[in-house]
Each structure stands twice: as C-alpha cells, then as structure tokens.
Ligand binder design. Structure first.
Ligand SMILES: Cc1cc2nc3c(=O)[nH]c(=O)nc-3n(C[C@H](O)[C@H](O)[C@H](O)COP(=O)(O)OP(=O)(O)OC[C@H]3O[C@@H](n4cnc5c(N)ncnc54)[C@H](O)[C@@H]3O)c2cc1C
Length: 465
C-alpha cells in the first residue's frame, strides 16, 4: 500500500512504578506490565482479553477489557501521555492540564505555529465502552483527543497509567443456564448486587468485576472441538448459554478461606461470604432452594490462586473465537478465498441488552445465517460472529451488521464498542451511522488540523483526505 510500518516493540521499558501510577514506554506489553506489577501487589485493570497488546495499542484503541463493568476503559486509567505529532513535535499531555476553549477548540503552540484544533460537536452515546473515532465533549481534556484516535493524530511513545495498589483475589465461576431469559435476569441481579457491594464496601458482599457470555452455538462449537473435555469442563447438553463470572475477593484471600466460604452455603448455615452469597443468588436464579445442591453440581469453580483451573476456564472462553476463526480459515481454503471474518462489536445500555439479543436472533434467522455470539455481557457488549459457508453468507452478514448498527444506535448504544474502526469499510459505515456524515466530517477537520499532510494511519477511521 506504499505505507511505512512503525514498530514500537523496542520501546519496552518500564520507566518507574509508584504506589498508584506506573510510567511505561509504548511498546510494553500488558503481560510484561502485569508481571512487573504482580510482585508489588499492584494491578492494571483495564486489560483487554488480548494480553499481548502493547500499552500504546490499547491507548490508541481505548481498549476495554472484560472487567469494564467495574473498572471502565483504558481512558479512565491514562494520566499522562507523550505523543509525537505528525510535524515531529513532541507533546507531553497531563490529564487536567489542557482543556478545550468554551467556544470549542484547542490551540496548540507547535514549532510550525499556533494550530487551532476544532472540537467535534456530536454527542457520544452513554455506554460503558466506546471505540468509535474521536472523543468529543465541550471543554474536554486534550489527553482524551489522543486516546482512542487509532494512531491517526500522533504516535504515543510513553504513558503514565494509574494502577490499583492492592491486587484483589480472584475466583472464576463457570455457570450454565438452560433458559436464556433466566440467565439474563441472573446477570441483571448480579450487576445490581455488585454495584451495591461497591457502594457499601461490604467485604462479604458479592463483587463481580466481569461476566463473560457464550451462547448455545458457542457451546456446540466447544463440544465439537472437544475444548470442554480438554479443559476438564462438563457443560450440560441442555445449556442455552454459559457465563464465566469473575468474582473479586479481599486481597490475600486464600483457596482454603474461599473453600470454607463455599462450605457455609450448605443447609442450615447463613451465607456470609462473597462466594456463599453468590451461590445463594444462583440458587434463586435456578429456582432451587439452598438445601438443593443443584448450583454446586453444575458450576465449575477456580478458587483464588488455582492458576491451573483458572487457566482452563479462560482457555475454554478463548477456544470460542479460535473455533470460529478456524472454521473461517477452512471456508477460505476450501470454498472461496474471499470469505473473511464477519463480526460485530456493539454495546447498548444494559437494560436494552435482552432486546438486542432477540434482534440478533431474528435477523440471523431471517437471513439463514449460522452465527455464534459471545462477549462481555456485564457491559451489554457482545460479539455476534457469522460462520460463513459461502461468500453470499459474508455479504448477507455485512448487511445484517449494518442493520444491527442502525438498531443499536436507535437503542442509545454504539455499533463500535471496543475494537475500533480501522480500515474496515463496514465499520466506517457504522461510524457514519453513529454520528452521521457530518460527524465524520467534523473528525476529518480535527485530522486536517493536526496532520494536514495525512501522514499517519492513512485510511483509518475515514478516507484519505
Ligand atoms: C485476540 C484478541 C482479543 C481482543 N479482545 C479485546 C477485548 O476484549 N477488549 C478490547 O477492548 N479489545 C480487544 N481486542 C482489541 C485490542 O484491544 C486491540 O487490538 C489492542 O489493544 C491493540 O493493541 P496492539 O498493541 O495489538 O495494537 P495494534 O493492533 O498494533 O494497533 C491498533 C491500532 O492502534 C494504533 N497504534 C498502535 N500503537 C500505537 C502507538 N504507540 N501510538 C499511536 N497509535 C498506535 C495502530 O496504528 C492501530 O490503528 C482484542 C484483540 C485481539 C487480537
């Protein structure tokens, strides 16, 4: 394409680690950051499920992890950035230092002169995660213009990130449901209880930081590939969905303490620990009484510190996209080389989520498409992925995604939640669905002001001029 590829992989120095912030170069991977923090008990929470990502890449895409429900997105954790602008100037931006003029612009004093950068006027949907072009808000902070800009405005070379001083203990629970509505109600209840725990800071309260979702088709794929057996997991054949819940416990909670806590959920005892309370919630959702051992019979638990079991449960979840990607590869090789991944990444306010799932079902069925849906249900953000059997399926899938996008915007959500826009034509059309052509034009004005020669990330977000 005539482009130059810039690698930041050697900018991999962790400059300093403090009690509540860390300074890193852009090419530090999230795995390296996590390893550096773990010994000190620290924790950087907004990691996407791809730990191989560089800090610079996560800032450029405003990546949001499974735990967005508790911790927000990368944006919430970026305190300062060093950015190299297309003109070669190096900008150090500290959160809180530079706000947009009330009349809607920034004035940047660059070596090329004073540059006026207009702030777009579109209003962003109120959703927990958003990776849909430039951030825009009256009197916004300059740092937010660069976060999520997908490398179109500058190259991030270093960042100061906030961290959590004390790493919580984690417990993973895999929960199957044989009724989707019941499963959705359980997530709704779990969200409400977790918010209450955070509000009251009750150490015995249930605190779910993430709930991952796999639909019936995902579970069938796992069975077909034997990923359930490989990971020592048994999911009942009747399950319509499975949830992978991450419960956070007080720092230092041991497996033994957690195990005792489960014991207290047996008949006649009062549930007074996070795990016991979680199982009580689950009993209610299953309509079982506590004396009925049903919840414990069906759930798979990885207690704190049991890395091997946690690894298996996470591997099961990751086996779903791997299963879909493999099938797409086979279809490319044996059916039509033009077949490609056709997937959506949309988010709606949680109270509209059930409605959106119904819409996905109807549209897929109407078009005769085979699809699997998984993702971050605690945020109302899942990824419908088509399993294309032909190029016609890919085309029909793209149309379905545009239809989803229109519906999601109507529901007050965003058709672009956490994977960004990039050069993908369908996603660029979704960006226009969200903000209108005029909104995209406002983004172009920002780009022209900062990168008049269109040097960086050509073709990303919008066309080349
Ligand atoms: C398997 C997988 C799972 C994922 N799961 C999630 C998830 O759960 N949640 C989520 O939010 N995202 C997810 N993603 C997307 C992921 O967040 C982003 O792909 C990732 O954060 C980007 O990091 P990277 O280092 O790979 O960047 P790249 O893919 O290399 O780059 C991404 C974009 O950022 C730009 N960029 C990269 N570095 C810089 C820099 N230093 N300065 C300026 N621009 C830069 C690039 O030009 C490009 O436009 C997933 C991706 C994969 C592959």
């Amino acid at each position: 394409m005539g482009d130059v590829v810039l690698s930041t992989s050697r900018m991999n120095r962790i400059v300093s680690i403090g009690s509540d912030v860390v300074r890193v170069e852009a090419g530090v991977t999230l795995t390296a950051l996590d390893e550096a923090l773990v010994d000190r008990g620290g924790y950087y929470p907004p990691a996407p499920t791809f730990m191989g990502a560089f800090v610079g890449g996560t800032i450029a895409t405003n990546a949001a992890g499974a735990a967005t429900f508790k911790y927000g997105t990368t944006r919430d954790w970026v305190q300062a950035l060093t950015v190299v602008l297309p003109c070669g100037d190096v900008l150090d931006v500290e959160r809180g230092e530079t706000r947009a003029h009330p009349d809607g612009y920034f004035e940047l004093e660059l070596s090329t002169g004073v540059t006026r950068v207009p702030v777009p006027r579109y209003s962003m949907p109120r959703v927990p995660k958003l990776s849909a072009g430039y951030f825009a808000r009256p009197e916004m902070d300059l740092i937010d213009l660069f976060i999520g800009s997908e490398g179109t405005l500058g190259v991030v070379t270093a960042a100061t990130l906030r961290i959590v001083g004390e790493r919580p203990a984690f417990c993973l629970v895999l929960v199957p449901f044989d009724d989707r509505t019941r499963g959705l109600h359980f997530v709704e209840r779990l969200r409400a209880v977790s918010l209450e725990t955070r509000r009251t800071r009750d150490p015995r309260g249930v605190d779910a930081s993430s709930v991952e979702h796999m639909d019936e088709r995902c579970l069938a794929l796992l069975r077909e590939d034997g990923a359930d057996r490989t990971n020592g997991v048994s999911i009942p054949g009747s399950a319509k969905l499975a949830l992978l819940v991450t419960l956070e416990l007080s720092p230092g909670t041991s497996a033994e303490q957690a195990f005792d806590a489960i014991g207290s959920a047996t008949p006649g005892q009062v549930a007074d620990s996070p795990i016991a309370r979680f199982l009580t919630l689950l009993s209610e959702a299953y309509c079982a009484s506590l004396s009925d051992a049903a919840p414990l019979e069906h759930v798979e638990i990885a207690l704190p510190g049991d890395r091997a079991r946690a690894g298996q449960l996470l591997a099961l979840r990751e086996a779903v996209p791997a299963a879909v990607n493999r099938r797409i590869g086979l279809a490319q090789a044996h059916v039509d080389p033009r077949i490609e991944k056709t997937a959506a990444d949309m988010v709606v306010p949680f109270d509209r989520f059930g409605e959106l799932l119904d819409f996905y079902d109807t549209e897929f069925a109407r078009r005769g498409l085979d699809a699997a849906i998984w993702g971050h249900i605690s945020d109302g953000n899942v990824h419908p992925n088509i399993l294309p059997r032909s190029m016609a399926d890919v085309q029909s899938g793209r149309e379905a995604i545009l239809a989803f996008g229109r519906e999601v915007v109507r529901m007050g959500g965003s058709p672009l939640a956490e994977h960004g826009v990039g050069r993908n034509r369908t996603k660029q059309r979704l960006l226009a669905e969200l903000y209108g052509e005029s909104g995209v034009e406002e983004m172009r004005r920002v780009k022209r002001a900062i990168d008049p020669e269109w040097k960086l990330a050509r073709g990303v977000l919008f066309g080349n001029s």
